[in-house]
Ligand binder design. Structure first.
Ligand SMILES: C[S@@+](CC[C@H](N)C(=O)[O-])C[C@H]1O[C@@H](n2cnc3c(N)ncnc32)[C@H](O)[C@@H]1O
Length: 263
């Protein structure tokens, strides 16, 4: 992941349409994060704050930071009642510095939006306290029709200039993350899981990507262009995910790692 994507404009209502499906990877990630003495933790790219609130409940003696660069997502996070040990901060997670090293850093479905993962991993590892754990989940679904359709359309003559920078670079392979984390002195478990989400109808795949993958493209286009682009995208994607007896099965691959610094 090297190129800097344009900053997406997040839409909390669209993002939370598939809340249950989006929450499962977070739960699977944090199930493998150890407890122990946790005095400080951060959820980087915390979005509407559901995960950060769970962490604050799980570690009541810790200060838990929820960091996000989107004022809209944080507004929704602040509208919830939250444990007193949760602190929400509007900041770029790559630049944000805690006042003391962190015992746990969690980041769910956020780091794939940032460029230069070699540098980013080094920066995050540098914010861990001795014995601290970095736990990350990122979508690794770049080869799926839902994601390929965006890349293919954005490279066509009609859209190429208008969508420059709107398609993020694919993630590196799991082995790449395993090697970088080992070089940083972290002991890491790395794995991938493909979730087979059951959606009601083919257009729900488009509703899903409208909340995430399509955000940079849609926020970069004039409204009329956005409408035309979405229609072209929907025509491709809905063909690729036909309805069957279970509705539409939407396979979605995600990359995880849980990496711990030695004491
Ligand atoms: C797909 S949402 C995930 C939100 C939350 N972690 C969850 O699991 O529901 C990605 C979030 O990452 C945030 N984000 C993207 N780039 C960021 C950056 N450089 N610094 C801080 N937050 C960022 C976005 O604003 C958005 O809220």
């Amino acid at each position: 992941v090297t190129a800097k994507p344009s900053q997406p404009v997040w839409d909390p209502a669209q993002y939370t349409r598939f809340e249950r499906e989006r929450e499962q990877p977070f739960l699977d990630l944090v199930a493998r994060v150890p407890d122990g003495v946790v005095r400080s933790a951060a959820d980087l790219g915390c979005g509407t704050g559901a995960g950060a609130r769970r962490l604050a409940v799980r570690w009541p003696d810790a200060v838990v930071w929820g960091v996000d660069s989107s004022a809209d997502m944080l507004r929704k996070a602040r509208a919830h009642s939250a444990p007193a040990n949760l602190r929400l901060v509007e900041a770029d997670l790559a630049a944000w510095q805690p006042d003391a090293p962190l015992d746990r850093i969690v980041s769910n479905a956020a780091l794939h939006w940032l460029p230069d993962h070699a540098r980013l991993l080094a920066a995050l590892a540098g914010r861990l306290a001795p014995g601290g754990t970095l736990a990350v989940q990122m979508p690794s679904n770049d080869g799926a029709p839902s994601h390929r359709a965006l890349a293919e359309l954005a490279s066509e003559a009609t859209w190429r200039d208008k969508l420059r920078g709107a398609v993020r670079q694919p993630l590196e392979a799991p082995a790449w993350y395993a090697e970088r984390l080992a070089e940083l002195g972290l002991d890491a478990d790395v794995w991938e899981t493909t979730y087979h989400h059951r959606l009601a109808r083919p257009s729900d795949v488009v509703e899903w990507t409208k909340g995430t993958t399509l955000r940079p493209a849609l926020s970069q286009l004039e409204p009329r262009d956005a409408e035309a682009f979405l229609a072209a995208y929907a025509a491709r994607v809905e063909r690729a995910y036909p309805a069957g007896p279970l509705g539409v099965l939407f396979p979605f691959k995600r990359l995880f790692f849980v990496a711990t610094r030695s004491e």
